[in-house]
Design a protein around this ligand. Structure first.
Ligand SMILES: [Zn+2]
Ligand SMILES: [Zn+2]
Length: 648
């Protein structure tokens, strides 16, 4: 008999050789119907793998990330079989699951696969899936595996097998199809009910541009047709909300090949929006006891060697800058932290003066390959809303709570309501991986968990996910399309205070090491604005939006009155502009609707006579003719309902 430990901690005895599926059946038939993948002692296994020893077993369904991975990877086998049947002589290489679906890299004997071929591939793949073929993993000797692919003339699989140890090689069979694979499949092909080929792209064998160019076929699959339909609708909506498209339409930012790729240029409206975001955070930070500092965009190489960033960002990054006469070597700043450590080091502190909280909207530069660049989310230069808190170990608890308060304030003011917190702690089985004393780690982890609990956060604890230098908390924010983004990391750090020899004088008159907290509620201005654009579809909260109102005179006759309205709005700090082009009012309304200005103020004969504006909200709601005072109150009420002041 073997002892199987389940995730709830319960231990059950089974006969040796029992499979995960049989364990599922012993729990309930319902569970067994839904189980599609399993992990035994932290290793992915098939649901049909005989379990031979004691161990812990996790069963996954479609609702788990691991379940989806197995589902999508298994579908890649089906699509590979379809490709073999449709393109005789095609050479298969690798076909992993990815975040949303899977791909398979293939070497086509001739021609190309294009969008018009997708329906035929989908049809063939679905036909295969409907055959309800079991996935069967079997061990093969290295010699047999090599022979199998040499006979096919598939040099890619031969190369993969040559790098594997004999005794560890497995093939997966389903229907008439065989693939080299280490496992992680769903029970049978019949579970896959909907398959969509999404796109094709070029890809080099093993990602090396000196190697053969392959065709990468991207796809996704679902256990229900309805889920595929919903997914495709979501993709459509995401395209409409793409921040690169919206950023252009709303004239927020641009890129110039002359300036260089990955270096965003902020246009006046975008710069003003950024400025409002910065002011919003600066105001809250001031209340929270932060002090602003300013540091340069470059630093001596030595600085980053001391901090350890040179190891991470140095060699593969931008080339160093050498001064002509003194032979000094500078690097573009990849992180603000080393500079802030030196600010802390500029004078001695006693425990009474801590915590010190240094904040800076600091622009940093990191080299990204051109293929990795993406709008504002992957850039080469960006500004972090950075801050570093230096405190005593005893203050960590309080400081962590304060940072959570600030992060929640930021998320709330910007309309993010759906989020969880992820607390990353040590892997207790690998204590050597971490620097800093066990006592401090325990204190810090407990401080983070207590803070999350006390602030009522919906949190999960991820063991082994902490950085080697300290535990952290991330906010996992879901946007309006249900996509998850990591935002507002709060990171405890025992490493940099050590490397920079930071100290404070304790009540015992001895020198002690402060603890450092890195935090950035936005992350970076660039990525945050991209996320905000996609979350709101460009309909920013009223307090933040570039123009809050657009005045549309019905004809030239009303231009003077329109100017008067504008002046009055400006006096009340409402951002507005006039569309006084010689166009029809219908056209002006349509274009104002496109530019997403929240309020249109239409002014004509009767408005001028009665000293009113006819208000139409973005989206079409008609508020009728109202006085300017009423309109101003309306705007302020809406702003005050989303933008509260911090800790009032
Ligand atoms: Zn496989
Ligand atoms: Zn930092």
């Amino acid at each position: 008999m073997i002892k199987i430990t389940l995730p709830d901690g319960s231990v059950k005895e089974f006969e040796q050789g029992t499979t995960p599926m049989e364990v599922a059946k012993s729990i309930s038939e319902g569970l067994a119907r839904n189980v599609i993948s399993a992990k035994f002692n932290n290793t992915t296994v098939e649901t049909t793998t005989p379990l031979k020893s004691d161990g812990s077993l996790i069963l996954y369904t479609w609702n788990d990330k691991e379940g989806k991975t197995a589902f999508w990877h298994s579908t890649s086998h089906i699509v590979a079989q379809a490709l073999e049947e449709l393109y005789p002589g095609v050479k298969l290489t690798i076909g992993p699951a990815i975040d949303n679906g899977f791909y398979y890299d293939v070497d086509l004997p001739e021609g190309v696969i294009s969008e018009k071929d997708f329906p035929a591939i989908e049809k063939k793949a679905l036909e295969i899936a409907r055959g309800k073929h079991d996935y069967k993993l079997r061990e093969v000797s290295k010699a047999d595996a090599l022979k199998f692919y040499k006979d096919q003339g598939n040099e890619y699989k031969v190369e993969l097998i040559e790098n594997l140890e004999d005794g560890t090689i497995t093939f997966c069979d389903h229907d008439t199809f065989t693939d080299l694979c280490r496992g992680g499949h769903i029970p049978n092909t019949g579970i896959v009910k909907a398959i969509k080929i999404l796109s094709v792209a070029g890809a080099y064998w093993r990602g090396n541009e000196n190697n053969a160019q392959l065709t990468r076929v991207y796809g996704i699959s679902f256990p229900k047709q309805k889920e595929l339909t919903e997914y495709l609708e979501l993709l459509e909506e995401a395209k409409k909300r793409d921040h690169r498209k919206l950023g252009k339409e709303l004239e927020l930012f641009t890129f110039s090949q002359k300036v260089g790729q990955g270096l965003p240029l902020w246009l006046p409206k975008g710069a003003a929006l950024r400025e409002r975001l910065e002011q919003f955070l600066k105001k809250a930070q001031k209340k929270a006891g932060y002090e602003m500092v300013v540091t340069p965009h470059i630093g001596q190489k030595e600085l980053y060697v001391t901090s350890g960033h040179y190891e991470k960002y140095g060699a593969d990054s931008f080339q160093p800058i050498h001064t002509p006469k003194e032979d000094e070597e500078f690097l573009l700043k990849p992180m603000n932290c080393p500079h802030h450590c030196e600010i802390y080091n500029s004078k001695p502190f006693s425990y009474r003066e801590l915590p010190k909280r240094f904040a800076e909207f600091g622009t940093v530069y990191r080299y990204e390959q051109s293929g990795e660049l993406h709008g504002l989310t992957r850039v080469r230069g960006f500004t972090q809303d950075d801050a570093h808190i230096f405190c005593t170990p005893d203050q960590l608890d309080e400081e962590f709570k304060n940072v959570i308060d600030l992060s929640l304030y930021v998320l709330g003011s910007l309309g993010f309501e759906n989020f969880t917190a992820q607390v990353s702690v040590r892997d207790l089985d690998n204590p050597d991986k971490y620097i800093g004393s066990v006592e401090n780690w325990e204190k810090a982890e407990q401080a983070i968990i207590n803070a999350a609990k006390e602030k009522g956060l919906d949190y999960i604890i991820e063991a082994g996910e902490a950085a080697f230098y300290g535990p952290k908390l991330d906010f996992m924010v879901k946007d309006a399309l249900g996509r998850q983004w990591q935002l507002g990391t709060i990171q405890v750090d025992y490493n940099l205070p050590e490397r920079f020899d930071l100290t404070y004088k304790g009540s015992d008159n001895e020198l002690h090491r402060p603890v450092m907290i890195h935090r950035a509620p936005f992350g970076s201005m660039e990525r945050f604005i991209a996320l905000l654009l996609e979350h709101t579809g460009g309909n920013f909260p009223l307090w933040l939006t570039p123009e809050q109102a657009i005045i549309l005179p019905v004809s030239e006759k009303h231009e003077i009155y329109a100017q008067k309205v504008l002046k009055s709005l400006e006096n009340n700090e409402i951002r507005a502009l006039i569309d006084n082009r010689n166009e029809t009012i219908g056209k002006k309304i349509r274009e104002a609707e496109m530019s997403k200005v929240p309020f249109m103020l239409i002014v004509g004969e009767s408005d001028e006579a009665a000293n009113t504006v006819s208000v139409r909200k973005h989206g079409g709601e008609d508020l009728g003719a109202i006085s300017l005072t009423t309109f101003t109150d309306l705007v302020n009420t809406e702003i005050n309902s989303t933008l509260k002041s911090f800790k009032d």
